[in-house]
Design a protein. Sequence first.
Length: 312
Amino acid sequence: MTRRSIKVFAPATVANVVCGFDVLGFAVDQPGDEVIMRLSDKPGVSLLKITGDGGKLPLNPEKNTVSAIAREYLGHIGRPEVGVEIELHKKMPIGSGLGSSSASTVAGLFAINSLMDSPLNNKELVPFAMKGEELACGYGHADNVAPALMGGFVLIRSYSPLDIISLPFPADLHAAIVYPEVDVPTKDARQMIRSKVFLKDAVTQWGNVAGLVSGLFMNDYELIGRSMTDVLVEPTRSILIPDFYKLRSQAMKAGAVGFGISGSGPSVFALTKDKETALQITASLQHHLKNISINSLAFVSEVNKKGPVILD
């Protein structure tokens, strides 16, 4: 082993990308989470400190995704005796719809894998990160953790067996993200989704997912935009987001390619052709939210191509 301590950043993600519920996602440069991990002479995984969470996250190493999945990983590679001390520094809002639990888990997984001299590649780490999502929100989806680990835009073609495909995307593609500071727990948002859908709605959704993927391959912004329509999930989840349709109207008037809910919300995002348009959209949406007495945070980013990175 080449090092005994490491500091890792892992990025936030936009999951679903409107029509691709649980199967599409992309990583962004900011925000994200940081994990500091040190090898210890004392066997076992311990979680020493969490900052930036407002006391919301458990320090119990069996219940926190970072430490629990590090322990799972060490068992898998046959090194359960290894001692690890962890610090988690939250640099992004919890419950924002931007993959907060994913960023933490991925930072921790990348850190422990690096300390063990990287026996697994990032794609092979995805199933472990999915177990972290299951611990955090009750369902082990990959549309946050796969792009967070692999970078870029990803498609989860299948969960059984797991089949993850990295997608191309236009070089100038930007995301304008606004997080209204309202509470939308992921578990509650998932429970609102219909368990049965009409065949005509499923056909519409399949066409939009195929259209969005095709648009990414073809660098066709117009096709990307007209494919970013969700007839299955957004009509229900949008109820939880203040003035969702007014925000979408403003974003589209300001030049957005497409607009939707990031993950389970309440964050919303627009895809744009350039950084300037993304900045204009975030300013416009934040101004609207301020006028209805809702505080918000905004992030503008290209699609993150790197995934987790070592900071020291």
